[in-house]
Every structure is written in structure tokens, then in C-alpha cells.
Design a protein around this ligand. Structure first.
Ligand code: 1GP
Length: 231
């Protein structure tokens, strides 16, 4: 793996600009020892709610990156930017279409050194992202490995993101995906709501993303940091 701005990340919290979080909860998330905060969501993301959340996180030293999933939500001022390309959809607009439209508009302003493409492979049919992009989530192991090789070997994407958002995934499958990777950083996200799941995910992927549980059980969310770091 090449050294890049997110290489050292083992644990990441993902915050949704469209969901409310109190100052107290945000303080605990940002000072939890997590390696970074990713701001991103699959619906309801606007310039206003993104800039608002960024400004609140910016009071802390923690790295903060934006996952750019819509033109409206493209906000300057983050430490880094991820641009998701959904690999298991047949709808081209989610692979390169919208991204190219974004570059038509903002191509001259992109901080390329701090911008990375993520090859998203969405594996939970119930996730909003799967519905929106009409992802083909029922992949056999052979199909998953082919998608990983497409991203890692052919497209040379720096990040492969196995997205189970809302459900804890198959860690054996995640491990096999990691074995197929030669240079990409493998992110895993989905359904981590306790230290055990966090540890299992950390043993399977390079980087573990924790989202939803922040909003329903902050204590459980915070407990995932040490679990990942000690895995
Ligand atoms: C969502 O992968 C992240 O994009 C995390 O998933 O919200 O299920 O933790 P959860």
C-alpha cells in the first residue's frame, strides 16, 4: 500500500449530515481516539447541513474527510475527500456518471493530493445506498473477488469499501476479499454495535467504519474504538 493521508486509519466514525447529534455526543466522538471522522450520507445531504457539521468537527484535532455523494454536498475545507464509485451496479450514473458531472462543475478546484476514489461494493440489499444505486448485492464469493480485482488491479483504486450499512456482514468473505487485495486499503462498514463485532471487523479489514450506533447507543459506539485498536 502506498502512504497516503488515510493510510494510518484503523477506526473511523461516519457521521451523517442529515442526522442530529448533540454537542456533548460530538465531543465524545471527536475525542474518542478514533483515527478520523468521515462525513457522508445516502440521502438528505445538503451544502448547509454538511458545512454545519464540518464546522462543528473542525473544533477538534481529529482528521475529518468528506464522502462526496452529491454535488449539493460538495463543501471545501475538509482534510480529505473520498469519491465513491459503486462497482456492483449496472447503472453507469453511479460508477462514473455523476462523478464526471461533478468534475465538469468543480474539476478545477479539486485538491487532488487529498482526494481518493473509493470502489464501493454494496452487499446489503436493505441499505439505502443499495436501493438508490440499484446495486447487485447478492454476489457469490467468486463475483466478489472479481469485483475486488477489478478495483484493485485494473482500476488501481486506493480504497475498496465493503458496505453492509445497517447489517453486520460475513467476516470470512471480508477476509477473503482482503487476501485478494494487493495495494488498495480495504474499508469495512456495517452493523458494528459492540466491541466484539468491532474486533472481528478489525481482524478482517484494514479500516473499520462505525456509523448508525452513534445515534442509538453512544456508549457502545465509543467502545468500538479500543476494540479496533487492540485487535
Ligand atoms: C455506513 O459503512 C458505514 O456507510 C457504517 O455502517 O451505519 O451500519 O455502522 P453502519
Amino acid at each position: 500500500m502506498n502512504e497516503v493521508w488515510f493510510s494510518g486509519w484503523r477506526h473511523v466514525f461516519k457521521l451523517d449530515p442529515d442526522r442530529d447529534i448533540s454537542d456533548e455526543a460530538l465531543d465524545q466522538i471527536c475525542t474518542s481516539g478514533t483515527d478520523a471522522i468521515i462525513v457522508g450520507g445516502s440521502s438528505g445531504v445538503t451544502f448547509e447541513n454538511t458545512v454545519d457539521l464540518m464546522a462543528r468537527i473542525r473544533r477538534y484535532a481529529v482528521d475529518c474527510a468528506l464522502e462526496v455523494s452529491s454535488l449539493e454536498g460538495a463543501v471545501p475545507g475538509f482534510d480529505g475527500y473520498f469519491v465513491p464509485l459503486v462497482l456492483n451496479t449496472s447503472r453507469a450514473e453511479w460508477i462514473t456518471g455523476r462523478q464526471t458531472e461533478g468534475l465538469m462543475e468543480y474539476g478545477s478546484f479539486v485538491p487532488w493530493e487529498e482526494t481518493a476514489a473509493q470502489g464501493y461494493i454494496i452487499l446489503n440489499a436493505d441499505a439505502t445506498a443499495a436501493k438508490v444505486t440499484e446495486a447487485k448485492t447478492e454476489l457469490t464469493e467468486a463475483e466478489l473477488i472479481a469485483h475486488v480485482r477489478m478495483a484493485d488491479r485494473l482500476m488501481r483504486l486506493p480504497v475498496i469499501y465493503l458496505e453492509y450499512s445497517g447489517r453486520f456482514g460475513d467476516m470470512q468473505l471480508v477476509k477473503r476479499a482482503r487476501s485478494a487485495v494487493t495495494h488498495a486499503q480495504l474499508f469495512y462498514g456495517g452493523g458494528i454495535d459492540n466491541p466484539d463485532k468491532a474486533r472481528l471487523a478489525a481482524q478482517a479489514a484494514h479500516t473499520v467504519v462505525v456509523g448508525n450506533i452513534i445515534y442509538s447507543d453512544l456508549g457502545a459506539a465509543l467502545s468500538t474504538v479500543a476494540a479496533v485498536k487492540n485487535a
